[in-house]
Design a protein around this ligand. Structure first.
Ligand code: NCD
Length: 309
């Protein structure tokens, strides 16, 4: 029996295959229930806090929508500038304080490891909504849910991850989760933005085959699915380096024509120029369906953390 009751969600590698299967199953049940009703009463009386120290649209709003669809309440800090963080309060003190008000904390913070630091100072569950260039485990779960829905199965897939593999926390978490399903991976990036050794050594230990290349066409031609990512401008200390690598990989109609096969395209969003809007009408362009799946996966996680499934 899988139980996430009272647990923190901190890292892509914390899940077993059984956990993922259970989360996908609950998400799919809740998705069906939401077709019949606008909201479910599973978490009535519970309150979720969003503590976001970095910009967010999808992650914060989908957690808020998920909690409200489950009948729970939400509070949030507005912005860092309008809270006591601006007076110099530490993350630990803010987390200890907010823990007195709510039942679960969703944290996004620029420091890698910050979600773990937060979890260490509070007895209530902490959900990592992105810790710097580290991890983004709930995104990986919604990605895998989307991959399963779009391709029909998680078995025998070849997946190309493209873009800023060094700084992109979504691909770090996703590679770890995919390793449970024996996927073959292509890592496509400029040489300076390769997948960190921490992730590749984990894959090697799990005997997951991966190819590192700078050639998106070669990788896409061999893959079932391309996972595009944004070059993470805010992580560059040297903006001239950003200028050098920006625009390295772009999917447009021309590219799809040359590819000559149907492919599924995902992106955690926001996009800058990696996917031309002309691609949005392509049947395999699944990134806005992926956005919607974020609500179901986050509903599933919250329901399970509170022991209601
Ligand atoms: C991603 C993030 O914040 O890491 N966005 C998201 O949560 N959907 C990707 C990004 O910012 O490029």
């Amino acid at each position: 029996m899988v139980s996430l009751k009272g647990k923190d969600i901190l890292h892509g590698n914390q899940f077993s295959k059984k956990d993922i299967d259970a989360i996908i199953k609950v998400a799919s049940e809740l998705e069906k229930e939401l077709k019949k009703k606008d909201s479910l009463n599973l978490l009535k009386g519970k309150i979720l806090a969003t503590l976001f120290y970095e910009p967010s649209t999808r992650t914060r709003l989908s957690f808020e929508a998920a909690m409200q669809r489950l009948g729970g309440g939400i509070i949030g800090m507005g912005s860092v500038e309008s809270s006591s963080v601006a007076k110099g309060e530490t993350l630990a003190d803010t987390v200890r304080t907010v823990s007195q008000y709510v039942d679960v904390i969703v944290l996004r913070h620029p420091r890698t490891g910050s979600a773990k630091e937060a979890a260490d100072v509070t007895p209530i569950p902490v959900i990592n909504a992105g810790d710097g260039t580290g991890q983004h485990p709930t995104q990986a779960l919604l990605d895998i849910y989307t991959i399963k829905k779009e391709t029909g199965s998680l078995k025998n897939l070849t997946i190309a991850m493209v873009g800023d593999l060094k700084n992109g926390r979504t691909v770090h978490a996703l590679a770890e989760v995919l390793s449970l399903f024996g996927a073959r991976l292509y890592f496509v990036s400029p040489d300076s933005l390769r997948m960190p050794a921490e992730i590749t050594s984990h894959l090697k230990a799990k005997k997951i085959g991966f190819v590192e290349t700078e050639d998106m066409m070669e990788a896409a031609a061999a893959s079932d699915l391309v996972y595009m990512t944004r070059i993470q401008k805010e992580r560059f200390s040297d903006l001239s380096e950003y200028e050098r690598v920006k625009g390295s990989y772009i999917i447009n109609e021309e590219f799809l024509k040359r590819l000559k096969k149907k492919i599924t395209i995902l992106h955690p969003l926001p996009r800058v120029d990696e996917i031309n809007p002309e691609v949005d009408a392509y049947p395999g362009a699944a990134y806005f369906r992926q956005v919607r799946n974020g609500v179901f996966i986050r509903m599933a996680l919250l329901t399970m953390i509170f022991g209601k499934r």
